[in-house]
Design a protein around this ligand. Structure first.
Ligand code: CA2
Length: 154
Protein backbone atom coordinates (compact mmCIF):
# COMPACT_ATOMS: atom_id res chain seq x y z
CA UNK A 1 0.00 0.00 0.00
CA UNK A 2 1.36 3.46 -0.89
CA UNK A 3 2.13 5.60 2.14
CA UNK A 4 1.61 9.35 1.99
CA UNK A 5 4.31 11.60 3.42
CA UNK A 6 3.50 13.32 6.73
CA UNK A 7 2.82 17.03 6.33
CA UNK A 8 5.25 19.32 8.06
CA UNK A 9 4.83 21.96 10.75
CA UNK A 10 7.64 24.51 10.84
CA UNK A 11 8.60 25.73 14.32
CA UNK A 12 10.60 28.94 14.16
CA UNK A 13 12.35 30.56 17.12
CA UNK A 14 13.73 34.07 17.19
CA UNK A 15 16.64 35.82 18.88
CA UNK A 16 18.14 34.69 22.17
CA UNK A 17 15.89 31.64 22.50
CA UNK A 18 19.08 29.57 22.13
CA UNK A 19 19.72 30.71 25.74
CA UNK A 20 16.55 29.04 27.04
CA UNK A 21 17.13 27.12 30.26
CA UNK A 22 20.43 28.86 30.97
CA UNK A 23 19.26 32.36 32.13
CA UNK A 24 16.13 33.95 33.64
CA UNK A 25 14.50 30.65 34.71
CA UNK A 26 11.98 32.64 36.77
CA UNK A 27 10.60 34.07 33.51
CA UNK A 28 11.22 31.34 30.93
CA UNK A 29 11.56 28.16 33.02
CA UNK A 30 14.32 25.56 33.02
CA UNK A 31 13.64 23.75 29.73
CA UNK A 32 16.30 24.17 27.06
CA UNK A 33 15.58 24.73 23.38
CA UNK A 34 16.53 21.07 22.80
CA UNK A 35 13.82 20.11 25.34
CA UNK A 36 11.34 22.28 23.42
CA UNK A 37 12.27 20.51 20.18
CA UNK A 38 11.60 17.13 21.86
CA UNK A 39 8.22 18.22 23.17
CA UNK A 40 7.27 19.60 19.74
CA UNK A 41 8.32 16.37 18.04
CA UNK A 42 6.21 14.34 20.49
CA UNK A 43 3.17 16.59 20.01
CA UNK A 44 3.56 16.48 16.21
CA UNK A 45 3.97 12.66 16.24
CA UNK A 46 0.70 12.30 18.15
CA UNK A 47 -1.09 14.09 15.33
CA UNK A 48 0.82 12.53 12.43
CA UNK A 49 2.95 15.54 11.49
CA UNK A 50 6.65 15.90 10.79
CA UNK A 51 8.46 18.98 12.09
CA UNK A 52 11.20 21.35 11.06
CA UNK A 53 12.57 23.04 14.20
CA UNK A 54 14.84 26.09 13.90
CA UNK A 55 16.27 29.03 15.84
CA UNK A 56 18.03 32.15 14.59
CA UNK A 57 19.21 35.47 15.95
CA UNK A 58 18.61 37.12 12.54
CA UNK A 59 15.38 38.76 11.36
CA UNK A 60 15.93 38.10 7.63
CA UNK A 61 16.49 34.42 8.29
CA UNK A 62 13.04 34.21 9.92
CA UNK A 63 11.59 35.90 6.79
CA UNK A 64 13.39 33.37 4.54
CA UNK A 65 12.11 30.44 6.61
CA UNK A 66 8.50 31.67 6.51
CA UNK A 67 8.72 31.90 2.71
CA UNK A 68 10.39 28.48 2.54
CA UNK A 69 7.61 26.91 4.66
CA UNK A 70 5.03 28.24 2.21
CA UNK A 71 6.81 27.00 -0.92
CA UNK A 72 7.18 23.60 0.75
CA UNK A 73 3.41 23.46 1.32
CA UNK A 74 3.73 23.28 5.13
CA UNK A 75 0.71 22.41 7.28
CA UNK A 76 1.46 25.39 9.50
CA UNK A 77 4.02 27.57 11.18
CA UNK A 78 4.53 27.97 14.93
CA UNK A 79 6.63 31.06 15.57
CA UNK A 80 8.09 32.61 18.68
CA UNK A 81 9.46 35.83 17.19
CA UNK A 82 10.96 36.79 20.60
CA UNK A 83 12.43 40.32 20.47
CA UNK A 84 11.22 40.85 16.87
CA UNK A 85 7.58 40.51 17.97
CA UNK A 86 7.18 44.21 18.66
CA UNK A 87 9.43 45.60 15.91
CA UNK A 88 9.30 43.49 12.77
CA UNK A 89 7.08 44.63 9.92
CA UNK A 90 9.25 42.40 7.68
CA UNK A 91 8.14 39.28 9.59
CA UNK A 92 4.50 40.46 9.55
CA UNK A 93 4.70 41.06 5.78
CA UNK A 94 6.16 37.57 5.24
CA UNK A 95 3.30 36.03 7.24
CA UNK A 96 0.69 38.06 5.33
CA UNK A 97 2.26 36.97 2.03
CA UNK A 98 1.83 33.24 2.68
CA UNK A 99 -1.32 31.14 2.93
CA UNK A 100 0.03 28.88 5.67
CA UNK A 101 -1.69 29.25 9.10
CA UNK A 102 0.66 30.84 11.62
CA UNK A 103 0.41 30.41 15.39
CA UNK A 104 2.35 32.94 17.47
CA UNK A 105 3.72 31.55 20.74
CA UNK A 106 5.29 33.28 23.73
CA UNK A 107 6.58 31.35 26.70
CA UNK A 108 5.80 34.16 29.14
CA UNK A 109 2.57 36.13 29.45
CA UNK A 110 3.72 39.20 27.52
CA UNK A 111 0.64 41.15 28.71
CA UNK A 112 1.63 40.77 32.35
CA UNK A 113 5.11 42.16 31.61
CA UNK A 114 6.52 45.54 30.55
CA UNK A 115 4.27 47.63 28.30
CA UNK A 116 6.77 47.53 25.38
CA UNK A 117 6.14 43.76 25.08
CA UNK A 118 2.37 44.12 24.63
CA UNK A 119 2.03 45.34 21.02
CA UNK A 120 2.83 42.55 18.58
CA UNK A 121 3.06 43.25 14.84
CA UNK A 122 3.11 39.49 14.26
CA UNK A 123 -0.33 39.05 15.91
CA UNK A 124 -1.95 40.98 13.04
CA UNK A 125 -1.06 38.10 10.71
CA UNK A 126 -1.35 35.19 13.12
CA UNK A 127 -4.28 32.76 13.07
CA UNK A 128 -3.96 32.46 16.87
CA UNK A 129 -1.73 33.58 19.71
CA UNK A 130 -0.69 31.56 22.77
CA UNK A 131 1.21 33.10 25.67
CA UNK A 132 1.89 32.40 29.32
CA UNK A 133 1.79 28.58 29.31
CA UNK A 134 5.56 28.25 29.44
CA UNK A 135 7.08 25.96 26.82
CA UNK A 136 3.86 23.86 26.87
CA UNK A 137 2.47 26.61 24.62
CA UNK A 138 4.42 25.10 21.69
CA UNK A 139 2.60 21.76 22.06
CA UNK A 140 -0.73 23.61 22.39
CA UNK A 141 0.04 25.44 19.14
CA UNK A 142 0.73 22.15 17.31
CA UNK A 143 -2.49 20.69 18.71
CA UNK A 144 -4.35 23.80 17.55
CA UNK A 145 -2.94 23.48 14.02
CA UNK A 146 -3.98 19.80 13.92
CA UNK A 147 -7.53 20.79 14.99
CA UNK A 148 -7.68 23.54 12.37
CA UNK A 149 -6.62 21.10 9.65
CA UNK A 150 -9.18 18.50 10.80
CA UNK A 151 -12.00 21.06 10.87
CA UNK A 152 -11.15 22.37 7.39
CA UNK A 153 -11.49 18.79 6.03
CA UNK A 154 -14.95 18.23 7.54
O1 CA2 B 1 7.89 34.92 26.28
C1 CA2 B 1 8.43 34.78 25.17
O2 CA2 B 1 8.48 33.68 24.60
C2 CA2 B 1 9.12 35.97 24.50
O3 CA2 B 1 8.86 35.88 23.11
C3 CA2 B 1 10.61 35.82 24.78
C4 CA2 B 1 11.43 37.00 24.25
C5 CA2 B 1 10.84 38.33 24.71
O4 CA2 B 1 11.54 39.40 24.07
C6 CA2 B 1 9.36 38.45 24.39
O5 CA2 B 1 8.87 39.68 24.90
C7 CA2 B 1 8.59 37.29 25.00
C8 CA2 B 1 12.86 36.89 24.75
C9 CA2 B 1 13.56 35.66 24.29
C10 CA2 B 1 14.87 35.58 25.00
O6 CA2 B 1 14.98 34.30 25.56
C11 CA2 B 1 15.80 34.12 26.63
C12 CA2 B 1 15.69 32.90 27.23
C13 CA2 B 1 16.46 32.63 28.31
C14 CA2 B 1 17.34 33.56 28.78
C15 CA2 B 1 17.45 34.78 28.18
C16 CA2 B 1 16.68 35.07 27.06
Amino acid sequence: MARTMAKTIHILNGPNLNLLGTREPEVYGRATLADVETLCREAADRHGYAIVFRQTNREGELVDWIQEAATGNAAGIVINPAGYTTTSIAILDAILAVKVPVIEVHISNIHAREEFRHRSYVSRGARAVICGFGVAGYALAIEGLAKLAASSKS
